[in-house]
Design a protein around this ligand. Structure first.
Ligand code: FUL
Length: 489
């Protein structure tokens, strides 16, 4: 009797809890992993192209450069990390080995490394200094290990693949926690190759054992995301200008892409029908080249140019990967550092005040009467809470009153992407004295969509969701006034 009573009591408790916390909307078939959700929320990450090319003034070394040329006199990885942090960067990725094959760590598998350079009399290890500096300042660390190696005699044969995997294991084992491993698809063919000095063509689809390489990464660094043209976690956005497609799906059909052999337009927009979740990453350099060249000093991107790129990358559902190349001393140049700092200041200022924070929102329909799906959730500045439309609906409108005396020119929308990327088409409308007017339109939203318009004010704003691949849902909505420096439309 007593047991029965207890059982009944717990059953009642459970059902009360269920009502308090009704189940979420059903997720799409294609959703991000927790690792991808975490990665996407980093928004801005940095590349550090620093290696032999820094000393030879090249972009692609041939592979015959003498290690004695590598000699950064004032190298300070903490300076890099501090500057990146001040710029709002959440991760840095170092080129441990670029195409010329020179290694920034004393690899046991080659003499073509820092151990034969004057740097710290051959006792240095820049991968170590870098990863330790990242850990010290709480910034995530990633590594780039070029698959193409113009120094190695065995490049193109199975011997090189063994070498490559050994190097990968060294990097993944000896340097603490990594959050990203970057696999470059570039391959120009010719090189030194141990003195052969010839052109070597590899079978783009068959040479590298990508499946095995991925297993090595996941086994040794389960927290690391893998970047390549083909993902699987993060994909190239298809250009080196830092710009995602106006329409940018995180979904991709991975059978259509291969490392070093992918349709750039396809990567740029992703695939509405894609069967895998692969985050778009927009890489671009703060200077003309990927490596530091004094001749590029005038090309350092201004803070407003960087802000513009933020809108075209993060604001289009991708991650912004900005390259910051240290100079020959081994330091970021002052001009680059100043640009980064201002970049963050501008963005912080623009997005400081959401003019619809905590606004009362009404929706044309709602998933259920429960507060869990309430339209109020889109203005609560919490990316986890969300509004969802009624089951089986693909369209909805959400409306709120706004201060008609205050102009705004930036609009933010976020989907709760843990349920998949759903919204395919939307308009933003404003109530003006003459009636409703469409002030912005878009297709995909995803993790974050930012729209820039000329300053305008109205008495009500409406989000008109026109199409979706499942019950549409929104996590956040905001309108803002751009700050000084945030000027490019
Ligand atoms: C390219 C490389 O060839 C460039 O040198 C640079 O590393 C860039 C990020 O990727 O494919």
């Amino acid at each position: 009797m007593k047991t029965l009573f207890l059982l009944l009591f717990f059953a009642l408790l459970q059902s009360a809890a269920a009502q308090k916390n009704p189940s979420d909307i059903p997720a799409n078939k294609v959703v991000p992993s927790q690792k991808q959700l975490d990665y996407q929320s980093l928004e801005v990450v940095g590349f550090v192209h620093f290696n032999m090319n820094t000393f030879t003034d090249k972009e692609w070394g041939y592979g015959d450069e003498s290690p004695t040329l590598f000699d950064p006199k004032k190298l300070d990885c903490e300076q890099w990390v501090k500057a990146a942090k001040e710029g709002g960067f959440k991760e840095l990725i170092l080129t441990a080995k670029h195409h010329d094959g020179f290694c920034l760590w004393p690899s046991a598998y080659t003499e073509h490394s820092i151990k034969n350079s004057p740097y710290k009399n051959g006792k240095g290890d820049i991968v170590k200094e870098f990863t330790e500096a990242c850990a010290k300042y709480g910034i995530k660390a990633g590594l780039y290990l070029s698959p193409w190696d113009r120094n190695h005699a065995g490049y193109g044969t199975p011997a090189y693949l063994t070498y490559y995997k050994n190097q990968l294991r060294e990097l993944l084992t000896n340097y603490g926690k990594l959050t990203e491993v970057w696999f470059d698809g570039a391959n120009g063919g010719d090189g030194y190759y141990g003195g052969a000095k010839e052109t070597r063509k590899i079978d783009k689809k068959g040479y590298y054992p990508w499946e095995e390489i991925r297993e090595i990464v996941y086994k040794l660094q389960p927290g690391a995301s893998i970047f390549s043209d083909a993902g699987p976690d993060i994909r190239w956005i298809g250009n080196e200008r830092g710009i995602a497609g106006e329409t940018c799906w995180s979904m991709l059909d991975r059978s259509k892409v291969a490392v070093g052999d992918a349709d750039q337009d396809y990567l740029n927009t992703g695939d509405f029908y894609g069967t895998s979740w692969v985050i778009g990453q927009c890489d671009v350099s703060i200077r003309k080249g990927w490596f530091f060249h004094t001749a590029d000093d005038e090309t350092v991107k201004t803070p407003s140019q960087l802000v513009d790129l933020y809108y075209r990358s993060v604001g289009r559902n991708a991650v912004f990967l900005l390259n910051l190349p240290p100079n020959r001393d081994g330091l970021f140049a002052d001009k680059d550092v100043a640009s980064l700092k201002k970049f963050k200041e501008i963005l912080d200022k623009t997005f400081k005040e959401n003019m619809v924070a905590n606004a009362k929102v009404t929706a044309s329909n709602q998933y259920s009467g429960d507060a869990k799906f309430s339209p109020a959730n889109i203005t609560d500045n919490d990316a986890n809470s969300y509004w969802a439309a009624a089951k089986d609906k693909r369209q909805a409108t959400l409306e709120m009153a706004i201060d008609s005396t205050k102009k705004f020119d930036r609009i933010l929308l976020q989907e709760p992407i843990r349920f998949g990327q759903r919204i395919a088409s939307f308009d933003i409308q404003l109530l003006l004295p003459g009636g409703w007017q469409t002030i912005a339109s878009g297709t995909s939203i995803g993790f974050k969509r930012l729209l820039r318009i000329t300053p305008i004010a109205g008495s009500k704003i409406r989000i008109n969701i026109r199409d979706a691949n499942n019950t549409p849902a929104l996590a956040n909505f905001g309108i803002y006034k751009a700050s000084g420096g945030d000027t490019i439309l």
